[in-house]
Design a binder for this molecule. Structure first.
Ligand code: 26Q
Length: 809
């Protein structure tokens, strides 16, 4: 019996049989008893075979060629679901869909129940995931190294408008993508003391230890040409029987004061408003750094035999300072175990490491109390001192350098409680230090790293972020992808910059209509999702105005909400005017200890409840806060957006990557001159984006001049009225003072310039309305956005890293 559904795809019958065979023999269920999760696992196990074979070919090829390898060290990988990505990149979606249909199973339904691997907070973690995909797509041998958190990012529920955090147990059903490598295990020590031997060698005798065990996930590149490895470490309690394998026995205290190994990998730290300097976080950072460095060094010595060629065969990229202790760890391994002298080791380390900075916010720069660092990592403390001595010697040799500059360069912050500065360690331990957008890199040179930049003027460079067009166009927006293929052929699938060929179609009314129909269908699908999850009916013909990202004051969700309140006021006051029907969509998680961010979520929900139930605004304005923002939800929202809100205080968003995802899917941006928005404007053209507000320099100048927000607020009628309404409890009748302090903060400090930018933002929104009213004009601009943002492909970004930093292209 050759089933009908298979007639289109030749290998489909065999595949249908293979999936059923896997279901029976590996999952232990027959087709009648199998639940959706069983079919999902059977499907993944089956297509995995193909992936495993390509994986082995990939690693053998790199080995045979003696290729230099890239190591991306990151405490976060926000990879999301993998099945659709893997099938898309292998171009096997149709075949698998048909094969499952033979069994009466819907592939799309299986894809929807795959857990979303959320081993990250936000942009930095998602960037790491896009980079891994692009590395494989560009066929570069690369490993990602991180932690296999048992609980990644929490699941967000909204209860009565408030965020409630629930543990996300993404591993409950097991994880068919991962391979535990028991043979790749390393000991990682903590605490204890450093002992010097008579022969002059130095060894660290840790007081405790855990075992790091590798768990590998394959990363499939575009067209399946290469499969790389994401190696995440899990921790096991130290097994005393294997004591002999660690330090050849000089490890007597190994069992003392043991911390529970599992607590180390239990939970992902939030990107809180401040880097709180907690001991467990430092343990996590060292745990994964040490295991990764040991693994890299072992692989190098095994393949190449000579530790001195490490920098020629390995490029290690530090994703922010979270893995910065790796610099000291590599030095320790080279000096204490490979008998290199300090200067030789330092030269190798610097040539091996590169460091990417993702934030300028001083409170977010990692530093560790010196006593904690010394207690947990005594040998690393010595190494940090030795590096610092060398650094400050070099600095003092510069003519005219003053004590202030020396203090700023030092690895030790001596102002108040002494602290180890991880950004300075990462900077001096790397041959390259990069920012993630042009403005951000410029500000790095002028602010946090000004003195280090003077000392090493060629080290800082820019690598503007990118996103993978496979996940963020082809997979999340199949309708648009099909339309683009119809218009310009397939070249853009291999080179996103070929999307430029679409530009002339902005002038083609036939194409614009098809383009609008795709957008309409995506909006209808999102409207259905919102109806199902929130019970809220929204009009798919209204403008979908979207702000989705982590909730943080500098990202200014508050600006969006206050403008919504002001608009509500206006609509009620002038119902006869020709208002643009809008649906304002918000989504995002707040760090659980970040009180103001959680209050902003509550405010969005309070405002939504009031406005959505007010018949006097009719269908003109609806607001929804979509719970549990994650990669999978972004994949639903982004293709359905008309307007992308990128409204951070200028100078504070290092890059942003959501901005790129929206533009690639044909949304127009309303945004400030911040991060990558500036470069998006340069590419799409100022007439295809709506820019407003102060520049980064103007923000800095205003702060320096002693900005008085109260005067600004009182000068703006609309703002004053909106703030007073919120503060007086119009949206919180159950607790009228709920927002009093939040609003007073704006009057008193307004660090994020919400008031200062408010009138400009309102004007920009009215400009958006005007452009929206010109439907062909709007659609043409949307098409031009798609056509002109191919440059923001992470393939381009990775090519730049590969050429300028890693020397692998
Ligand atoms: C630090 C210390 C202790 C605990 C947590 C942290 C921590 C964790 C995560 C600090 C920061 C983060 C995440 C930062 C982040 O996502 N930054 C974003 O990176 C993106 C990729 O470059 C940029 O596009 C965004 O602008 C930037 O905000």
């Amino acid at each position: 019996m050759v089933p009908d559904t298979c007639s289109a795809a030749p290998d489909c019958t065999a595949l249908a049989d293979a999936i059923l065979d896997t279901l029976v023999h590996r999952i232990g269920k027959d087709a009648q008893a199998a639940l959706p999760h069983d079919w999902l696992a059977a499907t993944i196990f089956t297509v995995r075979n193909d992936i495993i074979e390509r994986w082995m070919v990939s690693s053998k090829a790199a080995h045979a060629a003696g290729a230099k390898k890239v190591y991306y060290l990151s405490l976060e990988f926000l990879i999301g679901r993998l099945l659709r990505d893997a099938l898309g990149n292998l171009q096997r979606s149709d075949e698998v869909k048909a094969a499952l249909a033979v069994h009466g199973v819907d592939l799309a339904e299986l894809e929807e129940i795959e857990p979303d691997a959320a081993l990250g907070n936000g942009g930095l973690g998602r960037l790491a995931a896009c980079f891994m995909e692009s590395l494989a797509s560009l066929q570069l041998p690369a490993y990602g190294y991180g932690i296999r958190y048992m609980n990644g990012m929490f699941r967000q529920r909204i209860e009565n408008g408030w965020q409630v955090e629930l543990p996300e147990n993404w591993l409950v059903h097991g994880n068919p993508w991962e391979f535990e490598r028991r043979e790749s295990a390393y000991f990682v020590g903590f605490g204890g003391e450093v002992v010097g031997h008579d022969d002059g060698t130095i060894h660290w005798k840790p007081a405790e230890a855990v075992e790091a065990i590798a768990v590998d996930t394959p990363v499939v590149g575009w067209r399946g040409k290469r499969v790389n490895t994401l190696r995440l470490w899990t921790a096991r309690a130290f097994d005393p029987i294997r004591l002999d394998r660690f330090n050849a026995g000089d490890f007597s205290g190994a069992l003392a004061g043991q911390i529970g190994a599992e607590t180390l990998v239990r939970v992902l730290y939030p990107n809180d408003s401040t880097a709180a300097g907690q001991e467990l976080r430092l343990r996590q950072e060292y745990f994964f750094s040490s295991a990764s460095i040991q693994d890299i060094v072992r692989r190098h010595v095994q393949y190449f035999g000579d530790i001195k060629t490490l920098a020629d065969k390995a490029a290690i990229q530090l994703n922010d300072t979270h893995p910065a202790v790796s610099v000291a760890e590599l030095m320790r391994v080279l000096v204490d175990y490979h008998d290199l002298n300090f200067d030789e080791a330092w030269d190798i380390a610097k040539r091996t490491f590169g460091y990417t900075n993702h934030t300028l916010l001083p409170e977010a720069l990692e530093s560790w109390p010196l006593p904690l660092f010394e207690w947990l990592l005594p040998r690393h403390m010595q190494i940090v001192y030795a590096i610092n001595a060398k650094l400050l010697r070099e600095a003092r040799a510069v003519e005219g350098i003053d004590d202030r500059a020396i203090a700023a360069i030092s690895l030790i912050d001596e102002g108040g409680e002494r602290r180890v500065r991880m950004a300075n360690l990462a900077f001096v331990g790397s041959h390259s230090v990069n920012g993630v957008a042009a403005l951000h890199t410029d500000l790095m040179k002028r602010t946090v790293f000004a003195d280090l930049h003077t000392l090493y003027p060629t080290r800082i460079n820019n690598k503007t972020n990118g996103i993978t067009p496979r996940r963020w166009l082809q997979e999340c927006n199949p309708g648009l992808t099909a339309l683009i293929r119809e218009a310009i052929g397939d070249a853009f699938l291999d080179d996103a910059e070929k999307l430029a060929d679409l530009a002339p179609f902005a002038e083609d009314s036939w194409f614009r209509e098809k383009f609008a129909a795709v957008k309409r269908a995506n909006k209808a699908a999102l409207a259905d999702y919102i109806k199902t999850t929130l019970g809220l009916r929204i009009d798919p013909t209204a403008m979908f105005d979207v702000q989705i990202k982590r909730i943080h004051e500098y990202k200014r969700q508050l600006l969006g909400i206050i403008e919504t309140v002001a608009l509500y006021d206006q609509i009620r006051g002038h119902p006869e005017r020709d208002w643009t029907p809008r649906v304002k969509l918000f989504a995002g998680k707040a760090a659980s200890s970040y009180a103001n961010a959680k209050l902003i979520i509550k405010l969005a929900n309070d405002v939504a409840r009031r406005i959505n139930s007010d018949p006097s605004v009719g269908g003109l304005l609806k607001i929804a806060f979509l719970p549990n923002y994650n990669v999978s939800l972004a994949e639903k929202i982004v293709p359905a957006a008309d307007l992308s809100e990128q409204i951070s205080t200028a100078g504070m968003e290092a890059s942003g990557t959501g901005n790129m995802k929206f533009a690639l899917n044909g949304a127009l941006t309303i945004g400030t001159l911040d991060g990558a928005n500036i470069e998006i404007m340069e590419r799409v053209g100022p007439e295809n984006i709506v820019i407003f507000g102060m520049t980064a320099d103007e923000v800095a100048a205003k702060r320096a001049a002693g900005y008085d927000p109260r005067a600004t607020i009182e000068a703006s009628g609309a703002l004053n009225q909106a703030l007073s309404a919120i503060a007086s409890g119009v949206f919180s009748p159950d607790d009228p003072t709920r927002y009093k302090d939040l609003m007073n903060g704006l009057y008193d400090h307004d660090w994020f310039m919400v008031a200062a930018d408010f009138d400009a933002y309102v004007a920009a929104q009215r400009e958006v309305d005007t452009r929206w009213a010109d439907t062909p004009g709007w659609e043409a601009a949307a098409v031009r956005n798609v056509a002109r943002v191919g440059w923001f492909s992470s393939d381009r970004t990775i090519r730049e890293y590969a050429t300028d930093i890693w020397g692998v292209l």
